[in-house]
Design a protein around this ligand. Sequence first.
Ligand code: GLN
Length: 538
Amino acid sequence: MTKYIFVTGGVTSSLGKGIIAASLAKLLQARGFKVTIQKFDPYINIDPGTLNPYEHGECYVTEDGAETDLDLGHYERFLNVPTSQANNVTTGRIYKYVIEKEREGAYLGKTVQVIPHITDEIKRRMLLLGNTGDYDIVITELGGTVGDIESLPFIEAVRQLRWELGSNNSVVIHLTLVPYLAAAGELKTKPTQHSVKTLLEYGVQPDVLVCRTEHKLTQEIRKKLALFCNVNINAVIESIDAPTIYDVPLLMLKEQLDKIVLTKLKLSTKNEPDLENWKAFLGRLKNPTNEVNIALVGKYVELPDAYKSINEGFVHAGAANETKVKVQYFAAESVTDDNVAEKLKNADGVLVAPGFGERGLEGKLATIKYVRENKIPFFGICLGMQCSVIEFGRNVLGLKDANSFEMNENTPHPVINLMEEQKNIKNMGGTMRLGAYDCEIKKGTKAYAIYGKTKISERHRHRYEFNNAYLEQYEKAGMIASGINPETGLVEIVELKDHPFFVAGQFHPELKSTVANPHPLFVSFVAAALANKKALKK
Ligand code: GLN
């Protein structure tokens, strides 16, 4: 029978429930259990696909094309197992389903209510992945903070499920904050007591407290938390700030979070976790022999969470190269032909980021012109690739005002165009080209040298595409399509022939980079940046 772990959050948001859930999952996986993680978000949007990155951070895309919460990225990076649409559920999705069923007449004669109809649907979805029989343990992270009005139906669903599942089949972990008051020189337990009290009012007794803290928890504090929150003293877990999120599984191991959970679930603790590869990764991450500076030029640079997977892709690729990768952000609007050399003077490699809309376009084009002409390693992702095509069209092919149809519908040269099947789409949500698509790589290209094979699959999230009417012209002038979608002929990768590293993909490689499998494009780009730095003896 599948066992269930629920992770709730108390006191404040942003405590890192996703990292704790992913770290626990890693430890359980390392002990040989089949584990998955799902996230339930209390907002009304059907998914985060239509949210501005500033609202919600990056939108993470799964193999099956779901636009999801960025925590799913942590799950995949830690576990190296793909997630899917079923791993992210929102209030909006629950209500949509229930309301559509009501219209079909499924509840004929009945009043449709939050309890039982909404809570029943939440429970059904909480059990979906477990019911596949593919997992020993399903971890469910509840978004939001206990006490929020919008979280209530989810907490109620957990309460009911715990009763239905019976004892020893579920565990509730409450992630909370134990703040340090500098003036008093003390750690404070009261906020945690209050948030547990709120959970108790809803009928849920947490089994484990994971306490985020900037200072070590003393035995006395642990005792106090245990006594006032009705948990065993060994179930008060310290989660102290760590230099990297990849330390957290080992910190949780030290606190025996996995053992405590398994004991409560009456599962075997016989197999010690095998974390050899994880530790080897941490060793490489923490003992770099080199350092490179990467400039990331994009639109959402004030919020690093907007480029979460890209940042993590660099962490993985840095470790693989035993190189510390310092990513410096540049607001695309601030870059011009006149200041680009000064701005990018320390950059060993340059990445132009994904994005939407016209803001910052000219700065991205100025960046790409500069790195193309000065042979600085360049990596373009999605909009970054589209910009490299626009820049080449304008400045090399002389296609005056070449542009993407997204930026200018009246451009004389729509080198990036809207596909036929996208033209009649009116709804914004879930209608882009989303999820995994095959790509065929041409032998003898840089892409082939990087991937080492001809058949790859990468994840997409975009509406616009390279316009194949221009392909011959581009290839003749030296920008070649080294990756093509075998079914549609769409261009997936472009690269420059006479450049040390100028590679750009229409897809999002960052979504597939994990600790166990750093993405080859990121690994090669970091290596190219390092080679560039060494060549210039910076
Ligand atoms: N705005 C572009 C498109 O929709 C690129 C999207 C992206 O960078 N993810 O095609």
